[in-house]
Design a protein around this ligand. Structure first.
Ligand code: ZN
Length: 186
């Protein structure tokens, strides 16, 4: 463990039942479970915080007008998928719209730990991941996206979102294996 050195945190965005196996689930979302799992294990080994940020909607959230009811706070669909259950040292934040930073305690949590770089994983690439990347950029974070730890409902949407995050927010797009090799080498 390299505690205190951890200038990075891994965010796991919306890997909850409604987005993986339920209402808005997709085979692509299910496909990234093992790669995220491996990345989280590596992050915990080197002492980088793992932070889950999950939709937990309340009636009246503006987003429900667009998508209908999903991931309602306290419902089964708002639960993190079993394969990625948080461990005791991980942090979990509830969010109420696409961005993991909007009206959550995430920014303060990261600042308190001196974190300057966020590694974005989860779903969906062109919605919650991309909006989180925007808000991370506005707040001065460096952004890394392991492309095989994120997914959208179509490959084209996934690729476009990765390109947008690279062009607009300077996100580094990598393979998760590259990232894990870098961490182990540090
Ligand atoms: Zn939502």
């Amino acid at each position: 463990m390299i505690m205190g050195f951890g200038m990075k945190a891994v965010l796991v965005i919306d890997m909850i039942k409604d987005f993986v196996t339920g209402k808005f689930g997709s085979p692509r979302a299910r496909q990234i479970i093992p790669t995220i799992r491996a990345l989280l294990e590596a992050a915990r080994r080197v002492g980088y915080p793992v932070v889950y940020v999950c939709d937990a909607h309340r009636p009246g959230d503006p987003e429900l007008r667009v998508w209908g009811e999903h991931a309602m706070e306290g419902s089964e669909g708002a639960q993190i998928v079993d394969e990625l259950s948080p461990q005791s040292e991980d942090a979990v934040f509830k969010k109420h719209t696409y961005s993991a930073f909007f009206e959550t305690g995430l920014h303060g949590f990261l600042q308190d730990r001196g974190i300057r770089e966020v590694i974005l994983t989860g779903v969906v690439t062109n919605i919650c991941v991309q909006h989180t990347a925007a808000d991370a950029h506005f707040r001065g974070y460096e952004i890394t996206v392991p492309e095989d730890c994120t997914a959208a409902v179509e490959d084209e949407l996934h690729r476009q979102a990765l390109e947008t995050m690279k062009q607009l927010y300077g996100a580094r797009i990598v393979k998760s294996t590259e990232l894990m090799q870098e961490w182990e080498a540090q």
